[in-house]
Design a protein around this ligand. Structure first.
Ligand code: FMN
Length: 180
């Protein structure tokens, strides 16, 4: 049994989630290959039983590389177990989870997959007022994300990691069970 995990990331969050998913599946005795979607050109996925594809979200969008992977492999993916995940700000708050699920997972599955995914994971993100990720990150953090957190009375002076690692591991564990 072999699993491929392809991730698209801009700030590293999806990469860390993909790694943890990979470790969890490997711990169940399943072979895992983990690759950045930017390195998937002409990648042969024929020998995988399951393919997990995930991305961070920026202004409503997956990374170009991860979408290109889905597009390029649409027919090859049709006879495999496919799971999708995203990490996004929408997952951090109860009120925006349903919208995130619909826009970043349901719509992508509908558009890029010919079969229904076996699982879809909407995972939290990181708020980091001191991260050095460039101007766009800085502006979004200061003027959009911080404002939302301030409104909820959350202390925005420090980094907050909204990823629920138990949830992520459980999600991966359940995927591994599907291969047994
Ligand atoms: C410039 C910018 C735009 C973002 N746009 C969205 C968005 O439209 N929707 C959302 O839910 N989260 C948004 N986020 C939060 C990211 O999706 C989140 O930080 C994610 O974990 C990033 O994943 P990555 O580090 O793998 O790229 C945005 C973050 C930044 C910095």
């Amino acid at each position: 049994m072999k699993t491929l995990i392809v991730y698209g990331t801009r700030y590293g969050t999806a990469a860390e989630i993909a790694e943890e998913i990979g470790k969890t599946i490997e711990n169940k005795g399943i072979e895992v290959d983990l690759i950045d979607s930017r390195s998937t050109k002409n990648y042969d996925i024929s020998h995988y039983d399951m393919v997990i594809v995930g991305s961070g979200i920026k202004i409503g969008k997956w990374t170009k590389g991860s979408l290109k992977f889905l597009e390029d492999n649409k027919s090859a993916l049709s006879d495999k177990k496919v799971a999708l995940f995203v990490t996004c700000g929408a997952a951090n708050m109860e009120e925006t989870i349903a919208e995130g699920q619909e826009k970043y997972l349901d719509e992508v599955a509908e558009k890029y997959l010919s079969n229904k995914p076996v699982a879809m994971g909407l995972f939290g993100s990181i708020y980091d007022p001191n991260a050095k990720h460039g101007l766009m990150y800085k502006l979004a953090t200061k003027f959009i994300i911080k404002k939302g957190l301030d409104k909820q009375g959350i202390n925005t002076s420090k980094r907050i990691d909204y990823r629920d690692w138990d949830e992520i591991r459980t999600w991966a564990f359940n995927l591994a069970n599907m291969l047994e």
